[in-house]
Design a protein around this ligand. Structure first.
Ligand SMILES: [Zn+2]
Length: 108
């Protein structure tokens, strides 16, 4: 599995796409995708992955946006992003998300 494939799996899981569809798109085995997801905080129900992933990143010290491993300082505040670029991109994505929710309204 290449780094590009890993990055794509992560991005697709965060959109709630299932293992089977990811495996098909990336020409991988479903088991490979499933194992990668389970060991990288991307396992379980697609709709919960995005929420769980943030928690997993914070716990294990990975960038919330790109998933890169972070070198945490020994003291002080823990880093959540590997760079300012990722922080900005994350904030922008969050912004877009909440806009969509407001426009779309509730499903009930
Ligand atoms: Zn990053």
């Amino acid at each position: 599995m290449t780094d590009v494939q890993k990055e794509l799996i992560r991005a697709m899981r965060l959109q709630g796409i299932g293992y089977k569809a990811i495996a098909r798109d990336l020409h991988l085995r479903r088991n490979q995708v499933q194992l990668f997801c389970k060991t990288h905080g991307l396992g379980g129900d697609g709709n919960l992955v995005r929420l769980n992933y943030v928690i997993w990143c914070e716990k294990t010290g990975h960038c919330l946006f790109c998933g890169a491993e972070l070198k945490q300082p020994e003291r002080g505040r823990k880093k959540k992003f590997c760079s300012g670029k990722c922080r900005t991109a994350w904030c922008r994505a969050k912004q877009t998300e909440s806009d969509e929710v407001e426009i779309g309204g509730s499903d009930a």
